[in-house]
Design a protein around this ligand. Structure first.
Ligand SMILES: [Zn+2]
Length: 327
């Protein structure tokens, strides 16, 4: 996947910071220990001086016991250093930088190939850029207020709005905790103001915090961005991100400006994700019949067939039932 230069730069900066920090931590420990135990610095200098001596002795073809003596001296120095450090409560390994990724030592490359840690950073940055994930940080499941919902059982429905939303909330929590890039897709349906956006954001945040690449956005914002890129008014590769991210959270579907382009893009994205088994979370205040009449069979059948519906209710469930039956 090709990434925008800003995405590559942001990922590189994070990678370089990891490497710098790991080296700085090790160097500062070494400096502190050498100040406490001046003998350490002497040993380091003697060890550094020994390396060319040994190399020279081998190259010059000197007697084997000379080389042997030099190597033994070096080993003794190393042992003394280890002993001094252990007495001070640390380890010779502590002088080596502890890289976040031991595989590539936070350089991003192993044997000339892009390392998995760098790939992950690129994905995170691409998703962050597309989502404006700062908004996602503000919302989680714990801040969902269930006392706002009516606790009285609705006779027709057989359940109270509060109970219904407790169930939906529990389902979303579990979905987030168990998320894998092969999880199922969710459809949060219900009237405006019933907590769908709150739940969508909490899912996006929770899944992103678990290290997956999440794109969150309102259908309007994301589809408008695609349109701008398509017609050359903006740069980027949002379509590949929307199709390729681990989780796409499409908030407020049905509120976007309806154009042939937005409809074709929507179909393309939903279809590609379903075919590749990638999960999508959609929130909408359209009922199943309304989805059908607005988007047509192709899109509606993708959503109605491939998504687990979760009904979000407000104070008055009957209002919801009316809406659902009206479509
Ligand atoms: Zn790595």
């Amino acid at each position: 996947m090709a990434y925008e230069p800003q995405v590559v730069q942001a990922a590189r900066e994070r990678l370089e910071k990891r490497r710098r920090d790991a080296i700085a931590v090790a160097a500062s420990l070494r400096e502190r220990m050498c100040e406490r135990i001046p003998r350490l610095r002497e040993i380091e200098q003697q060890m550094a001086a020994a390396v060319p001596q040994i190399t020279h002795a081998i190259l010059a073809g000197e007697a084997a016991d000379t080389v042997d003596t030099l190597q033994k001296q070096n080993l003794a120095l190393r042992e003394e250093m280890g002993r001094l450090l252990r007495q001070a409560g640390c380890d010779a390994d502590d002088f080596e930088p502890r890289f976040t990724c031991p595989l590539c030592k936070d350089t991003g490359y192993v044997d000339g190939q892009v390392c998995g840690c760098y790939r992950q950073l690129l994905k995170e940055e691409a998703c962050r850029r597309l989502s404006g994930l700062s908004a996602v940080k503000l919302t989680d499941f714990d801040s969902m207020r269930l006392d706002y919902y009516d606790a009285a059982v609705d006779p027709q429905w057989g359940v109270s709005p509060r109970q219904q939303m407790e169930d939906v909330l529990a389902y979303c929590r579990e979905y987030t905790a168990d998320f894998t890039p092969h999880s199922g897709s969710l459809l949060l349906q219900g009237p405006t103001g019933t907590g769908k956006t709150h739940l969508s954001l909490a899912i996006a945040r929770g899944v992103a915090e678990r290290g997956y690449g999440v794109v969150y956005g309102s259908a309007g914002t994301l589809l408008r961005r695609l349109e701008q890129e398509h017609f050359g008014k903006a740069e980027g590769d949002s379509e590949n991100q929307l199709i390729g991210c681990d989780l796409l959270v499409l908030d407020d579907l049905g509120m976007e400006f309806d154009t042939p382009f937005s409809r074709a893009s929507l179909y393309n994205i939903l279809n590609a994700r379903l075919l590749e088994g990638r999960p999508t979370v959609i929130s909408t205040n359209l009922g199943s019949a309304a989805l059908q009449s607005r988007y047509g069979d192709q899109i509606a059948s993708r959503i109605n067939g491939g998504f687990e519906p979760l009904l979000c209710v407000g104070k008055d469930i009957r209002q919801l039932i009316r809406r659902q039956s009206m479509g």
